[in-house]
Ligand binder design. Structure first.
Ligand SMILES: Cc1cc2nc3c(=O)[nH]c(=O)nc-3n(C[C@H](O)[C@H](O)[C@H](O)COP(=O)(O)OP(=O)(O)OC[C@H]3O[C@@H](n4cnc5c(N)ncnc54)[C@H](O)[C@@H]3O)c2cc1C
Length: 311
């Protein structure tokens, strides 16, 4: 086989979006991935949310990133025949009177992104809440698996653990290994823990936010998360993480629940939390797409395209 134009190290949200953007431009690509079960992308809930945080801030560059993500995932569904991008309103429950006041203060800025909503009685919501019509959820494992099969069928995928210092027979090697300190990037990474719970009697089709998120996966199962800690940066679930999520869920939900699964992974946050893409100044035949932080589903399509334009 002739050597590819690009070798991509890692098939998480970053490497996958990049491979698609290169293949669309008819460049030859080889994606190499160790298939680590504890990568951030394998745990990510895939939530794409326009208004986030206590301050009810509009998500960074939403007006360009969201349309790019929608077009990208819809096109990949058509390419693969799989169904993984679900656009559906999300519900935000106010945690306090102050949060509700903040919502009204920001009404102009949030115009078009939010609308009034009644909160179902099974949630503890003395201050009410609102709905975000333009929210979405990417079924990340399904998207990654369908993409992998597509790449494999075209000879563009290899399962292997790579030593990133090894020489590659390619014009450019793009490092998309997520949180990997030997990339030379200045990580400010954050571990996150997530529970899968069964809630008998709950049939809420929307993702519900209030300090935590509750994301439906079907058959009364929901994923709930996530914690945000910096030490240690590993993929081991902790009793403290579980207790924190359970306490927040108990405060939100009036129904009882049973914990089915508990997992953890590390978000690849770099520096101040913005995406990092471009050629490596010290190694011009190397490039990076990293720093997708807690928003890989929203950021990856747009910044993969930016990197390809740059290369
Ligand atoms: C708890 C939690 C919840 C999250 N929720 C959301 C959410 O709701 N919405 C959202 O958009 N984002 C969410 N995120 C963030 C999201 O997971 C990340 O932004 C994204 O997954 C980062 O993707 P990545 O491809 O850069 O890295 P990774 O997902 O870490 O992928 C790196 C890939 O490289 C491979 N690899 C690593 N080392 C090697 C090697 N030496 N050789 C070969 N292959 C290697 C791994 O197998 C892996 O497939 C969440 C993250 C966490 C931890």
């Amino acid at each position: 086989m002739p050597s590819p134009d690009f070798v991509i190290l890692g098939q998480g949200l970053a490497g996958t979006a990049l491979a698609w953007q290169l293949l669309r431009r008819r460049r030859s690509v080889l994606v190499i991935d160790a298939e680590r079960a504890d990568s951030a992308s394998r745990l990510a809930a895939g939530l794409v949310t326009p208004v986030t945080g206590k301050r009810l801030a509009k998500s960074w560059r939403w007006d360009e990133l969201y349309p790019a993500a929608v077009a990208f995932y819809r096109a990949r569904e058509a390419d693969t025949g799989a169904d993984f991008f679900h656009q559906r309103p999300a519900l935000r429950v106010f945690a306090s009177e102050g949060e509700r006041d903040e919502y009204h203060r920001r009404a102009d800025m949030l115009h078009g992104l939010v609308r009034p909503a009644d909160v179902p009685a099974c949630f503890d919501a003395p201050f009410g809440g609102f709905e975000m019509p333009d929210a979405a959820r990417l079924d990340v494992p399904r998207y990654l698996d369908a993409s992998r099969e597509y790449f494999r069928a075209r000879g563009a995928y290899l399962k292997a653990e790579v030593d990133p210092r090894q020489p590659f027979d390619a014009a450019t090697v793009i490092d998309c290994r997520g949180f990997a300190p030997d990339t030379g990037l200045r990580f400010n990474a954050a571990k996150g823990e997530v529970l899968t719970v069964r809630v008998p009697g709950l049939s809420e089709p929307r993702v519900v936010h209030r300090g935590i998120w509750l994301s439906p996966v079907g058959h009364e199962l929901y994923r709930v998360g996530a914690t945000y800690t910096h030490d240690p940066l590993d993929a081991s679930p902790t009793p403290e993480g579980r207790a924190e999520i359970e306490a927040k869920l108990r405060a939100l939900l009036k129904l009882s629940f049973e914990v089915i699964e508990h997992r953890a992974a590390v978000r690849p946050v770099v520096d101040a939390g913005y995406p990092v893409f471009g050629r490596d100044p010290a190694h011009p035949r190397r490039a990076h797409l990293n720093g997708l932080g807690s928003k890989g589903s929203l950021l990856a399509p747009f910044f993969a395209e930016q990197l390809v334009a740059l290369l």
